[in-house]
Ligand binder design. Sequence first.
Ligand code: AMP
Length: 154
Amino acid sequence: MNNIKELTLLDLKAKHLMIPSEKVAHVQMNNPLEHALLILVKSGYSAVPVLDTSYKFKGTIGKNLILNRVLGIERFEMEKLSQIEVHDVMNQTIPCVNKLDDFFMCLKTVIDYPFVCVVDNDGYFDGILTRRAILKQVNKYMHVNKALFQEIDK
Ligand code: AMP
């Protein structure tokens, strides 16, 4: 793979910027919410991908979704955490990108999300792309091309 330092924004693809699946914390569809909450709290992430048993991407689950689901009238009904499974609560409307999508597609996709999932044509999970990774590249581009922006200002 090319060193991403040598690539211009136009050459960058999702595969250059993503966190690969083996480094991504995830939960499975039939895990109880208790397990999902444990992963989220221990990892410090606000949300993680949900995969099925064949490692296909199915959605995401976050702390807010879980806590809202067990929120009763006067208290959190924590006993429900072991009774409800992840697939009942997860968000299924997260957009995905493909490994070969270009930088501009990635930029557009992460505008509304802290991260999106990278999925192949058969729905298998390849990794995640964070808004942080995209913004780092935009920051680098603007610094390297500072002169260009100063020129436009005049
Ligand atoms: P960051 O840009 O590093 O703050 O990450 C934004 C969000 O992406 C985090 O809050 C998590 O929801 C998700 N995320 C980042 N890295 C990972 C990872 N290694 N495993 C699972 N989720 C992650």
